[in-house]
Structures are given as C-alpha cells and as structure tokens.
Design a protein around this ligand. Structure first.
Ligand code: EPZ
Length: 418
C-alpha cells in the first residue's frame, strides 16, 4: 500500500487543471446500461473508482476501453448478471447499476454495498424508489433482488435529500410506463448532469436542477457521447491548498457557478478569491479567520468539503465550529489531525476547532477519501515531515494528486510500500 511523504512549509504557487467529476461520471457510466450501443465519454478522470465501476460493468457484458481521458463504452451485449460483492463492497456507487438494470431488463441482482468507512450507509431510499415504481424487492443472502417489468410511473417523495437515490430513481423511471414525479430530489450538479445525459439519450425529464423532477417514460433510449463536468470537490480541495499554505493558486477547467458555497466559506476565512479568464484564483492571506459552517445538500456547503475545511480551520485565529448535518459520524479525520497538533472536540455532529499557531508533521492514516485529502492538506503546512499511509483511499477520487501538488511547488512524494 502506497504512502505520501510530505515536507511542509511551501507556499503553493501556480496553475492547476481540474479533472472531470468522479460523482458525475459514475452514474453516467451506469446509465449506459439503459440503451444498447456505443458511447464516448470525455474528460473522464483516471481514478480507482472509475476503474472499479468499469470492471463491474464488464461483468455485466459492457465493453469499456480507456483512451487517456476518454472512455469508449459499448453496452450492446449488456446482460443483467449479478453485480458481485467482491466489486460492490469496495465502492458504494456500484448500487447505481440497480436502477438501469431494473429499467432496461425488468430485474436486477445487486450485492448490498460497502464503500467508505464511516457510519452505516443505508440504501433504503433507493429500494423505496424502486418499489414505488412497481418493483418487488427481496434480499437473498446479502444480494438485493429486484423484479418488475414494466415499471410504472409514480410519485416518489424522498424524506431525505439523497444524491444516489435520486440518481437511481431517475434511471429506473426513464423507461417506465407513464409519468414519475420525484419530490425532494437532490439538486447536486452531478445529478443535473446525469439528467442532461439521459435527456440527450432521449429521456423526457423536466425540472432538472430543482427539488422536483418530472419524468415521462419513453419506450427506448439511444446511446450518445458526452463530456463529464469538472469535479467541484477536487477544485475545492485545491482552493484549500492555496489558502492553508498562504500561497496563490489558479484553478483552470472549473464551473465556478457550481462552487459558490465553497468560495463563500473560504472568503469568510479571509482568503482572497477572484474569477479569472481561465477559472478562479485564490490567495491565502496572513490571517485565517475562524468561521461557523454547516454542511447542507446542494447548493449549501458540501459535506465532501467538510474535512478539507477543517484542516484550514485548525490554524485559524480563534475558535470555529463545523456542523456535519449529512452524515452521522463523518469525523474519521479528527484523531489523525489531532496527532498533528489540531485541537478539535467532537460532540455528536458538531466539531469545535480551537485554532493553533502551527501544526507538526506526523505519520497519519488515511481512512476515507475526503478525510485523506484533509491529512494531505495539513501535511502541506505542518512543520516537518508528514507520512500519509494507505493513500489508495485518495487514489479513489483524486487524479494524480501528488503530481498536481508537486506542480504547485509542494514537496510531496509517493512512497511505494509493500
Ligand atoms: C453521494 O453519496 C456522493 N457519492 C458522496 O460523495 C457525498 O458525500 C454524498 O452524495 C452527499 O453529497 C457519489 O456521488 C458517488 P446520499 P450518496 O444518498 O449518494 C442517507 C465522495 O467523497 N441515506 O446523498 O451515497 C445517507 O446515509 C463521496 O465523493 C439514507 O438514509 O449520499 C446520508 O446520511 C463520499 N438512505 C444522506 O442520506 C439511503 O438510501 C445523504 O446520502 C441513501 C442515503
């Protein structure tokens, strides 16, 4: 398992290009199950999660070939084989095959997912949506068995805003008979991008980007080509890298309109951000101001930026509070940041951070994707050497992060370990 070694203290400077969005491309890849044929997806990031999902799709008869940042997919011979535990357990997003398999073939067998380390990751909302569309769901030795052909349009009213359940419900509804209304639909840009991809394939979806989606089922869809939107969480992570090292970084190939809450939060900490021709520039100032932030569904401050912001707030001149409202215990980064000198107290879903003048490098353990990014960010500014172990967590969602950071002047190396 590889590790990163980081020598802290360098003010990062320069320009970094942001890759395609992991959380947009994963559902799009599953949507290719809905219509047989050839698809070309461009701006696809090279990530472990994309490799994992490509392997899963191959077990379902889908042909996937990578050519740089382009994926060529051929789902002509897709079959509703079982989505096996050995692949599904490593990545929760595998559950995204449920809706398309059910929508296209009328049945699906998907192992219950695993995924990131924190908290229970239920999929009750996904299954509720499938049942509302007429599917019969059973659990057979850890495998979800869903049957229902044809699916029939209905009203799906989500009690919790769920990105994955919204994506699965849309992908199941596009080929159903009749109209489906999804209330309290997730508004994340990745779901809007999925809906736009499906509309390009011939689906009848209105209300894209709002809390209420209306889907008129169609008898069939056609394959299309598409470009993946930029990764707003990767982008936010590099903005924090600029702020925490008091450097000056310009991000290219981003959608600033999808990053407003992150930009506002970083401005509140005293960082200077401005739009540029190519994207956005951040300048870290001498003083990091304490803030109070709550994670919220889009367009609120993203839970996927919570750990990264916490690293920055460790060095604020005063006390900050982060309310994590999306997940019950997404604070796996706290003990590790504490080892680097952070002063953090967690009570339920709240983290109280007491600013300290500096951090010190230490060996720390990556646990989930964004927690791992937070450790790297802290290492960039900590005095001395930080060793981040088990960086395969980071490789799931950050394309070439050590190269991109080194390109900005960071002293970071990947250490290959047994
Ligand atoms: C997506 O996960 C993202 N993953 C996550 O990003 C992100 O943290 C999350 O949305 C919230 O924005 C992908 O898009 C691949 P949810 P998802 O369903 O869909 C509860 C990253 O770092 N819930 O919106 O799994 C759930 O427990 C990853 O890139 C149910 O109760 O998240 C959570 O508390 C990590 N029942 C809340 O809803 C369900 O059936 C939001 O989860 C589903 C979810």
């Amino acid at each position: 398992m590889d590790a990163f070694r980081i020598e802290g203290g360098v003010r990062l400077k320069g320009t970094v290009s942001i890759s395609g969005s992991k959380n947009a491309v994963l559902p799009m890849l599953c949507a290719t199950l809905l219509a047989p044929g050839e698809y070309t997806l461009t701006n696809v990031p090279v990530l472990r999660d994309v490799t994992t999902l490509s392997s899963l799709l191959r077990t379902l008869g889908v042909h996937v070939v990578r050519d740089g940042s382009t994926l060529r997919i051929d789902s002509t011979r897709a079959v509703p084989n079982e989505a096996h535990y050995d692949l599904v357990r490593t990545m929760r997003a595998s559950v995204y095959v449920l809706g398309p398999l059910l929508g296209r073939f009328g049945h699906a067998r998907v192992s219950l997912p695993g995924g990131c380390a924190w908290g229970p990751r239920p999929i009750d909302l996904h299954l509720h949506a499938m049942e509302k569309l007429g599917a019969r769901i059973s659990l057979d030795h850890g495998v979800i068995v869903a049957r229902g052909a044809p699916l029939r349009g209905n009203v799906i009213d989500f009690q919790i805003s769920s990105v994955g359940a919204t994506g699965n419900a849309v992908m199941a509804a596009v080929l159903a008979e009749g109209t489906t209304t999804i209330r309290n639909a997730a508004r994340e840009p990745e779901i809007a991008a999925l809906c736009e991809f499906l509309v390009a394939m011939g689906a009848g979806i209105t209300g894209i980007g709002t809390h209420e989606l209306a889907i008129d089922g169609v008898p069939s869809l056609s394959p299309v080509d598409a470009a993946v939107i930029p990764d707003r969480i990767e982008a936010g992570t590099y903005l924090v890298a600029g702020a925490i090292t008091r450097g000056e970084i310009e991000l290219r190939d981003i959608r600033e309109d999808q990053m407003q809450s992150t930009v506002e939060a970083l401005r509140a900490t005293g960082a200077e951000l401005e739009s540029t021709e190519a994207g956005i520039r951040i300048r870290g100032t001498g003083e990091i101001r304490p803030v109070t932030v709550s994670t919220e569904p889009y367009p609120g401050f993203p839970t996927d930026m919570q750990a990264q912001l916490m690293s920055l707030l460790l060095l604020a001149h005063g006390d900050s509070t982060i309310h994590e409202t999306i997940y019950s215990d997404r604070f796996k980064h706290v003990p590790e940041l504490t080892r680097m000198g952070g002063r953090i107290r967690v009570e339920g879903g709240d983290a109280m951070i007491q600013g300290v003048p500096n951090l010190t490098g230490a060996p720390v353990m990556a646990s989930d994707l964004r927690a791992s990014a937070a450790l790297v960010l802290a290492g960039l500014v900590a005095e001395g050497t930080t060793e981040v172990l088990r960086v395969y967590h980071i490789d799931r969602g950050y394309e070439r992060i050590e190269e991109k950071l080194a390109g900005l002047g960071a002293r970071i190396w990947r250490v290959r370990q047994s």
